[in-house]
Design a protein around this ligand. Structure first.
Ligand code: SF4
Length: 323
């Protein structure tokens, strides 16, 4: 017996990198054991910040292919694309009628987005938390995996749900946060979070040669200019990646680095080999999955999500007194 229904959404960012895997996907895969999971690629959310949409379809497809190869299982979870279930747009509109504008204007990420794209302050940006609430409650999900930084968003969703339930009667469960420790994975530049837009990433689907090439070019401890210089692994992002891929030898590598007993070239090669070994089953599975299979999974996911959404909207319209 499953413990509850989980909902999580992610923007269509295309081919996934090891930061996406360690930060979210591996957690998605684990949750499938104990929960009914609904995982959604939120393409409509992407429109709030995207001005050029020509890659949207291909990115959605690539992302789902990576999710499937990484272990998301359509027999256990509903996997679908947000816009394939248009009821979410209707629920967004109806929830917006019970959401005071002041709640939305106070949201920190809205203020940040306004600064980031002053030329494109669209309504979708301010309405984003309402659409996010609609995503969750359309499927009556009771659990949402979030990092500490996303707690305020979920709290706002809970407030919207409480207000709706108070006005129209108990309809939606208040979604609970499942606090998850999403590890912050540094990019190969060693300064920022791993990200495709910063080109400091390693794609899960990259070839072993490409993976090795990128790691050999990664920044390390800047104080280590010559092979005999003692290193400081705590400031080295290659070492931070060893945490995930060479954890059994972590202490040993740290000691060897500090004593200049290992060079950066050797250390990076070891990391590249271990990443390639860890990703080999993923890469093999990805290569075997037919293009058509992704479309079939998405169509089946949309059909199952739609069945839940239809029931919810019937109830919502009745409760709101819509003729
Ligand atoms: Fe980083 Fe390894 Fe070089 Fe030490 S030896 S600075 S841990 S790459």
């Amino acid at each position: 017996m499953k413990k509850g229904r989980v909902f999580s959404g992610a923007r269509p960012t295309g081919k996934q990198h090891i930061g996406n895997y360690l930060g979210a996907i591996q957690n998605y895969v684990k949750l499938q054991q104990d929960y009914d999971c609904i995982y959604c690629i939120v393409d409509v959310h992407a429109l709030t910040t995207l001005e050029d949409t020509h890659m949207l379809k291909a990115n959605t497809h690539d992302m789902m292919l990576d999710w499937l190869a990484a272990g998301l299982d359509p027999q256990k979870s509903i996997l679908f694309v947000q816009s394939h279930v248009p009821e979410v747009m209707e629920l967004h509109t109806l929830l917006s009628m019970v959401t005071p504008l002041g709640w939305l204007l106070r949201v920190t990420t809205f203020k940040e987005k306004v600064k980031m794209q002053p030329h494109n302050v669209n309504y979708g940006l301010v309405g984003y938390p309402v659409l996010m609430t609609a995503d969750i409650v359309l499927y009556k999900a009771d659990i949402v995996p979030v990092g500490e930084d996303q707690l305020p968003h979920l709290e706002l969703a809970r407030e919207i749900v409480r207000r709706f339930n108070n006005i129209f009667g108990e309809t939606f469960p208040e979604p609970q946060a499942k606090l998850t420790n999403f590890p912050m994975v540094l990019g190969l530049d060693g300064e920022k979070k791993m990200s495709k837009s910063l080109d400091n990433h390693i794609e899960l689907a990259a070839s072993p040669e490409e993976t090795t090439r990128r790691i050999m070019g990664a920044f390390t401890d800047p104080a280590r200019k010559f092979r005999n210089d003692p290193g400081h692994p705590e400031v080295c992002n290659v070492y931070s990646l060893h945490h995930f891929y060479t954890y059994l030898k972590l202490e040993e590598i740290g000691k060897q680095c500090r004593a200049a007993e290992i060079g950066c070239v050797e250390c990076k090669r070891m990391l590249a080999d271990n990443i390639n070994k860890a990703l080999a089953p993923f890469r093999e599975k990805r290569a075997q999955l037919a293009e058509k299979y992704v479309d079939e999974v998405l169509a089946d996911g949309a059909r199952r999500a739609h069945a839940i959404a239809r029931e919810t909207m019937k109830e919502v319209r009745e409760k709101m007194g819509l003729p």
